[in-house]
Design a protein around this ligand. Structure first.
Ligand code: GAL
Length: 675
């Protein structure tokens, strides 16, 4: 990798490696040694400042930035660029003491105590003023610094505040959205249990289970609150930044406190924090999280934090196996990460996270895992030329992810084991297992590039989305609609039709009734057989071309011999409706059948536990990243004679991959025939 590379706009022209670094925890004399060790690990980036508010501004309006100037300069001398965080996740004690209303209030009316994180009220006027001051000062001071390539806003937005100020803001939000109380009362059917509101001030923040319309609107309001708080910071920062300097936020994958697509809209780049926690990487589930984050902006992303060895917040904080951090780094890159940063560089001597995994221990010496990070640094340097400007190969399959549907179902699961994300992953995993690339996208993303769209539990559908899906499926494309779809409108009110509502006609069925299951039901079909669990729907065909893919066996009398899943044609397109939660084997058969009928090709075939990802670089060259996620040796047959870029080898035929081995391959037009 070239030193002093100029800042880039995403997708990045290079792969970055680094860590969260907190120079404010250590005497300045130590910094050169830290930076030397970073350089020896092949680091290209350090992330700093995201919790340093009390060091930046020890008293109201008194700023100290010189220490960070020196840290950035020392890092730059070593060829390491900086990403700075705005420190709003951790307000200083003088601030929360002087302005106690800046602290969030929980559902039980308790105000947060100072000293943890993200404990501010996202709508507090005083907090906004303090944010304006600190971010403004940081932007003015560090904006022109050529070594700062990007900014992270806050850290892992996550809190919901229930204070009176938030409640008043929520009421104002509702007034703007609904216009009149009559409209709100009607959409929420507030006559039910005498909830009818005659003044905006009467509308509560829902605590626990409440009116579904109110619950959904409150989540949308929380989303809007974070959008505004983030926009406040972006608007201050942006005018001070050099061209190409990006702004991100580090998200927590499937966290459901707000709509991540909306919050990501104002950002240049999405990033996320990946912690395995206890145990080992399940690459199918983790791959979905990467694909989810890539879908926030539908482009490459940064892995802003990941786990060096272990965490400190699980019941048992197990360590990753030797080699597993390396497969994690490559897995992230395979799914579109342009950077991998560890959290954190070194354990602080005190503070809440003393036992968390790090690269440098409390004594200042590298831990055994440092060597593995050095290996990753070496890998990234070797692969840099071939991966420059690359992104994951375009997927032909998209899975729709919809926060409103997720919140609506979460409010009324109907079966305690019904989880929206688990159900979505139930469709993702069998496809990912076959190394077929998938995008996870919001419902308003363009659909053109795909040949297959899967809409898992798309509970809330409006006319516009229904029209777009109908349009998509015409022209020989395929749509999979699953259980609990097309049930409600955008106010979380039941549609006055049977599910899947506006999609019933193209699906060729309607759902007559649904059953939460305590036991498994047998499922029998020519291609798909096994059992169904958790959820089963009784489907009624609406025409005589709708075909049953499988039927229920004997169960409760209502479902016996009825269709589990169906297939229908609509203007050259094919629509599947899946009315039950199938067991894993049956689900694999179903997804193999659907993707096989479309001849969607895998990146390559691999044995169980070995993943193949494909990126395509600026020259249009395919790069296959092969990852052995298991602790055992595996044999893989290559599709073509290849050049392997980590070891600069020519390989072909059947090759053996070491436990947790990684190969980065491009096609070699000619070369030796021996492996
Ligand atoms: C993240 C957080 C980091 C660190 C890490 C520990 O959620 O952003 O600051 O606390 O967890 O696993």
């Amino acid at each position: 990798m070239t030193e002093n590379a100029s800042p880039e706009t995403p997708p990045a022209a290079r792969l970055h490696l680094g860590a969260a670094y907190y120079p404010e925890h250590w005497p300045e004399e130590r910094w050169p040694e830290d930076i030397r060790l970073m350089q020896e690990a092949g680091f290209t980036v350090a992330r700093m400042g995201e919790f340093a508010w009390s060091t930046f501004e020890p008293a109201e309006g008194e700023f100290h930035f010189d220490w960070l100037d020196r840290a950035i300069a020392l890092l730059a001398e070593a060829g390491i660029v900086s990403v700075l965080g705005t420190p709003t996740a951790a307000p200083p004690a003088w601030l929360t003491h002087a302005y106690p209303d800046t602290l969030a209030v929980d559902e039980h009316g308790r105000r947060a105590q100072h000293g943890n994180r993200c404990h501010y009220c996202v709508n507090s006027t005083e907090y906004h003023a303090a944010t304006h001051r600190i971010v403004g000062a940081l932007a003015e001071h560090f904006g022109p610094n050529p070594h700062v390539i990007g900014w992270q806003i806050d850290n892992e937005f996550n809190r919901t505040c229930y204070c009176d100020h938030c409640r008043a803001r929520f009421q104002a939000y509702l007034a703007e959205r609904f216009g009149t109380l009559e409209a709100l009362n009607e959409h929420w059917t507030t006559a039910y249990w005498s909830q009818t509101y005659s003044a905006w001030e009467q509308v509560p923040i829902p605590i626990g289970y409440h009116n579904p319309g109110l619950m959904l609107a409150f989540r949308q309001f929380v989303t809007e609150s974070y959008c505004q708080f983030q926009r406040l910071q972006i608007d201050i920062l942006r005018p001070h930044l050099q061209p190409g300097v990006w702004i991100t936020h580090n998200f927590m994958q499937w966290f459901d406190g707000f709509d991540h697509y909306k919050v990501a809209e104002d950002l240049d780049l999405a990033s996320w924090d990946w912690y395995v926690g206890m145990g080992h990487v399940d690459h199918l589930t983790c791959g979905a999280a990467h694909d989810l984050v890539r879908g926030y902006k539908r482009r490459n992303f940064w892995l802003m934090e990941t786990q060096p060895g272990r965490v400190n917040w699980k019941p048992v904080n197990t360590a990753l196996d030797r080699g597993e951090m390396r497969t994690m780094a490559w897995h992230a890159v395979g799914h579109g990460a342009d950077a991998v940063l560890y959290w954190q560089w070194r354990s602080a001597l005190n503070g809440q996270e003393q036992y968390h995994g790090v690269l440098i221990d409390q004594s200042g010496q590298p831990l055994p895992i440092y060597e593995e990070v050095q290996q990753i640094g070496y890998d990234f340097e070797n692969a840099a030329p071939i991966l420059a400007g690359s992104k994951p190969a375009p997927a032909e399959i998209a899975i729709l992810n919809d926060y409103d549907s997720r919140w609506a179902i979460k409010g009324q699961r109907h079966h305690e084991d019904f989880d929206y994300v688990e159900h979505l992953l139930h469709y993702y995993r069998p496809i990912a297992l076959r190394n077929k690339p998938v995008d996870i996208i919001p419902t308003d993303a363009p659909f053109d590039q795909y040949r297959l769209i899967i809409a898992p539990a798309l509970h809330i559908i409006d006319e516009e989305l229904a029209e777009r899906l109908k349009e998509f499926v015409a022209n020989t494309r395929r749509l999979v609609i699953t259980l609990r779809s097309g049930v409600k409108d955008e106010y979380n009110a039941m549609l006055p039709t049977r599910p899947p509502g506006p999609l019933a006609k193209i699906a060729g069925i309607e759902v007559e009734d649904y059953y939460a299951l305590q036991d498994e039901i047998p499922v029998k079909g020519r291609r798909v057989s096994g059992t169904a669990r958790i959820w089963a729907e009784r489907l009624k065909p609406l025409n005589n071309i709708t075909t049953s893919i499988a039927s229920y066996g004997p169960y409760n009398g209502w479902l016996d011999d009825q269709s589990v899943a169906t297939v229908n044609m609509h203007r050259q397109g094919v629509i599947y409706y899946v009315g039950a939660y199938l067991d894993d084997r049956a689900q694999q058969s179903l997804m193999d059948m659907v993707t096989g009928q479309l001849r969607i090709e895998p990146v390559m075939q691999t044995p169980l536990g070995v993943e193949a990802c494909k990126r395509v670089n600026a020259e249009g060259e395919d790069i296959i990243i092969l990852i052995n996620h298991t602790a055992k040796e595996q044999s893989v047959t290559l599709p073509w004679p290849a050049h392997e870029h980590l070891l600069e080898l020519s390989i072909e035929g059947t090759v053996r991959m070491a436990p947790y081995g990684v190969l980065v391959l491009t096609k070699r037009p000619e070369g030796p025939t021996d492996a």
